[in-house]
Write a protein that binds this ligand. Structure first.
Ligand code: PEP
Ligand code: MN
Length: 271
């Protein structure tokens, strides 16, 4: 299998940026921890630009932000769509960070690839095999998040769908799984990190925000992820979490993100 360590003893390093003119090129899978940060959703141009400046100043190497949002309720904010993608592209030009955004639908792939440096497949789409196969034909790296109740093997097979269709640049993301425990939004499967590092040459990052679901858990889960061998983190940051249109409870305000990054400095890749 293409993702297996039998196929490649060398670890894959996935580079993000460098195709659309970002001045930072993030790399995942080399020695250092690379941090993606930004709002859950692109809400407007000003907050996206402000957040990008803040996270870059604190040491993040890529900006996250959803333009198409997979909301549980169809009545919740669904994202700005194409306008959100245009904001992300403008912010890349202004702030210099590569941008990572979610692709929900095969019909949006080309439009998203024109605007984004990395294509995120969300947990709810991890086994959308048609989407995965189409992303195999796109010349952008893919961030593949683990499904809410997917096994490690199923995550790896989802990566195979992308790779077998021609795209070898896949970064895996552990973002917590659904268990009986309700004290956290999801249960961060820390074990999955060393298991994945044993089974695959692909980089593995962790999303402490969606795993824990509250601000106070982001730092401890980040340290746990790094201790377990994660190649990076994806962290939600919002200039005013109380007013966020999605995931405010788990989004760090700028000062908390800055102090987390200061504490992570010994492990983190310099921008
Ligand atoms: C997100 O990153 O905002 C998101 C929706 O994550 P997940 O797919 O892991 O729930
Ligand atoms: Mn979110």
């Amino acid at each position: 299998k293409l993702a297996s360590r039998e196929f490649s003893v060398d670890r894959t390093v996935v580079r993000v940026g460098g195709q659309l003119g970002a001045d930072v090129v993030a790399s995942f899978g080399d020695q250092a921890v690379s941090v993606i940060a930004g709002p859950c959703s692109v809400e407007n141009a000003a907050m996206t630009r402000d957040t990008a400046r803040i996270v870059r100043a604190s040491g993040a190497v890529a900006l996250r932000g959803g333009a198409f949002k997979p909301r549980t309720s169809p009545y919740s904010f669904q994202g700005l769509g194409r306008e959100g993608l245009e904001i992300l592209a403008d912010v890349r030009a202004e702030v210099g960070l590569p941008v990572v955004t979610e692709v929900l639908d095969v019909r949006h792939i080309d439009m998203i690839a024109e605007h984004a440096d990395m294509m995120q497949v969300g947990a709810r789409n991890m086994q959308n095999f048609a989407l995965l196969a189409e992303l195999g034909r796109v010349k952008r790296p893919v961030l593949l998040k683990r499904g809410l109740s997917a096994t490690v093997e199923e995550l790896l097979m989802a990566a195979e769908y992308v790779m077998a269709n021609g795209n070898r640049d896949v970064v895996l993301c552990e973002r917590g799984i659904r268990t009986y425990e309700r004290a956290t939004r999801n249960t961060l499967d820390v074990s999955a990190i060393p298991v994945l590092k044993r089974e695959t040459h692909l980089p593995v990052i962790v999303d402490p925000s969606h795993a824990g679901g509250t601000q106070d858990l982001v730092a401890p889960l980040s340290f746990a992820a790094i201790a377990a061998g994660a190649d990076g983190l994806i962290v939600e940051v919002h200039p005013d979490p109380a007013c966020a249109l999605s995931d405010g409870d788990q989004s760090l305000p700028p000062d908390a993100f800055a102090s987390l990054m200061a504490r992570l400095a010994p492990f983190v890749a310099a921008a």
